[in-house]
Design a protein around this ligand. Structure first.
Ligand SMILES: Cc1cc2nc3c(=O)[nH]c(=O)nc-3n(C[C@H](O)[C@H](O)[C@H](O)COP(=O)(O)OP(=O)(O)OC[C@H]3O[C@@H](n4cnc5c(N)ncnc54)[C@H](O)[C@@H]3O)c2cc1C
Length: 394
């Protein structure tokens, strides 16, 4: 066999695993295949510094052609993988790329509202091109309606307020971020955005988005009708693994992997597309966290080369920046049954509040800080997890 290692998905996870393979002494052929035209770039700034205009788009670059060439990493860009079998990956133009070992790092795609297409007044935010398009739209003026009170939607709302625009956030749950963090922490975000002048509509489903000339009409189930210059849909993301049907890895929950990213014979997956086994909790989870992609890259590179990973997996970590608030989260909020305040903000303010999230047995499964990085750092270190006695697999 002569295909060497083929990494599909030329973004954070794909780049970091390719770099780590070289760092671990792999000297064979190494190709990084991606469907976007750009070299790997960083996504978190897209909803923050790029959207606010503080950063030029080019500042998100994670590498350069020269660095890739120096590392002997060949890039195949603008090339969409449409199928894979045990020997090769097929691209949209019919080219077949043979591999000895395949690493899947195709991430996730933003869910869209039915009947809307990118390029109009209904936006999504996943790629650099989406970010640049949305920045131009915000600079043009509002009103802006954000559909979905998750992290990306709320970062967009904060950026839009920075342009002085009239902003409404529409969220199906009772508070912003409730499905991810529960109502207590979600309420902090709801108060923050209201205080910053955002109109927050919760508990009402969206029924339709109709794009007309120069405006979008947004209708909610309770009869509310909103008119927006631009709508941003932030209703989550789906793993990009439909192309892996030939390997039986197209599970809607993400590419099922063991605790070191192995998905099959000579196949590994990592990052937003991959659902890794979690020995600590006895389940399998797909994270959409920057740090998970980076941590997993080190583990996968070692596993692909038949080595032990350098260090055990740390609890998952996520951050978000909205206005001047830095929010941090470590652990598994999806397992939480209750939330306790560990430290209240000064004079009862939300800023500074630190939360512990515990499961039904009282075990701490996550910690979160609403603008308290110092205390969070200690709690994150303490969040050491012990494996369950007998991990069960889903
Ligand atoms: C706007 C935004 C803000 C974010 N902010 C934060 C944050 O503040 N904190 C945090 O922890 N995380 C944040 N994230 C999440 C973080 O960026 C992701 O976890 C990270 O990008 C995952 O990296 P990845 O390489 O696994 O996937 P991706 O970055 O999604 O990259 C996958 C790549 O594969 C390509 N691809 C897909 N399908 C194919 C195919 N069939 N063939 C070839 N190529 C393909 C994609 O186009 C993409 O280039 C944010 C994400 C977004 C979108």
């Amino acid at each position: 066999m002569s295909g060497g290692i083929v990494v599909v998905g030329a973004s954070l996870a794909g780049l970091r695993v390719a770099e780590a393979l070289r760092g671990n002494g792999y000297t064979g052929r190494l190709r990084l295949v991606g469907d976007e035209p750009h070299l790997p770039y960083d996504r978190p700034p897209l909803s923050k510094h790029v959207l606010t205009g503080e950063w030029e788009a080019g500042r998100t670059a994670l590498t350069t052609s020269a660095k890739l060439a120096e590392a002997g990493i060949e890039t195949v860009l603008g090339a969409r993988a449409v199928a894979a079998d045990t020997e090769s990956v097929t691209l949209a133009d019919g080219t077949r790329i043979a591999y000895d070992r395949l690493v899947v790092a195709t991430g996730a795609a933003a869910r869209t509202w039915p009947g809307t297409a990118p390029g109009g007044r209904v936006h999504r935010l996943r790629t650099l091109d989406d970010g640049v398009r949305l920045r131009t739209a915000l600079a043009e003026g509002g009103p802006v309606v954000v559909v979905g009170g998750g992290f990306i939607g709320l970062e967009v709302a904060a950026a839009a307020r920075g342009y002085g625009l009239d902003v409404t956030v529409v969220e199906l749950a009772g508070t912003l971020l409730e499905p991810v963090l529960g109502p207590e922490i979600g309420a902090c975000f709801t108060r923050l955005h209201r205080a910053e002048g955002v109109r927050v509509l919760t508990g009402v489903p969206l029924t339709s988005l109709r794009e007309g000339t120069g405006a979008v009409t947004v209708r909610l189930a309770d009869g509310t009708e909103l008119t927006a210059a631009h709508v941003v849909v932030g209703i989550g993301a789906e793993p990009n693994n439909a192309w892996l049907g030939g390997l039986g890895l197209d599970d809607a929950a993400g590419v099922p992997c063991d605790a070191r990213g192995r998905a099959g014979d000579r196949v590994w997956a990592l990052g937003d597309v991959a659902a890794w086994e979690q020995p600590v909790h006895g389940d399998r989870v797909r994270h959409e966290h920057w740090t998970s992609a980076v941590d997993q890259a080190a583990v996968v590179a070692a596993a692909v080369l038949g080595r032990e990973p350098a260090r055990p997996q740390a609890p998952p970590y996520f951050w978000s920046t909205q206005y001047d608030v830095n929010f941090q989260l470590a652990g598994r909020p999806d397992l939480a049954a209750s939330v306790q305040v560990l430290e209240a903000g000064e004079d009862g303010a939300d800023r500074g509040t630190v939360f512990a999230l515990t499961d039904a047995t009282g075990r701490r499964v996550a910690v979160a800080a609403f603008h308290n990085p110092r205390r969070f750092l200690r709690l994150r270190r303490e969040l050491r997890e012990e494996p369950t006695e007998a991990p069960s697999r889903p």
